[in-house]
Write a new protein. Structure first.
Length: 153
């Protein structure tokens, strides 16, 4: 779109269904590369991607060519289909319903990138559930406890 100028930085957080720890180091890099390929046709700029076996953080410079919900549907739907087609796992892979999307000003970009890069270290001290609830509280997002990412079964 001519004469459209934006600066939109969004961090997405979502979990593996039932928070099963299925994103193992053996598939992590390839999964992240696949997800970065989903972003390219819409000209979103990947700033950071990392996570733990049970969840993922993606931080992008988002272009207004796609809605957040459509982007999340593309990422979650296509990546789960790809994981299953590659037969990385002995069970069916699924992402849990829902996601968090948190926007940041330019002045916070480097801190968010550092935070995402250091997920492994961060989660030695804090659970995913506690981390996610902190995001919701910090961004003053009302939530229903029934719909917070479900614990492991």
């Amino acid at each position: 779109m001519a004469n459209t100028y934006t600066q939109i930085h969004v961090q997405f957080v979502f979990a593996v269904k039932y928070r099963n720890g299925l994103i193992q180091p053996s598939i992590k890099a390839e999964l992240y590369q696949y997800i970065s390929g989903i972003l390219k046709p819409h000209n979103h700029k990947l700033l950071a991607i990392n996570g733990m076996p049970d969840h993922i953080h993606i931080f992008i410079g988002m272009r207004p060519t796609q809605s957040i919900s459509d982007l999340m549907q593309d990422i979650k739907g296509n990546s789960s289909k790809w994981i299953n087609e590659k037969n990385f796992l002995k069970i069916k892979f699924e992402w849990q319903e829902g996601y968090g999307a948190f926007s940041y000003s330019k002045s916070h970009v480097n801190n968010v990138i550092d935070y995402i890069k250091n997920q492994e270290e961060h989660h030695k001290k804090e659970s995913f559930r506690d981390e996610y609830l902190k995001f919701l509280k910090a961004f003053e997002i009302e939530y229903d406890e029934r719909y917070i990412f479900k614990d492991l079964i």
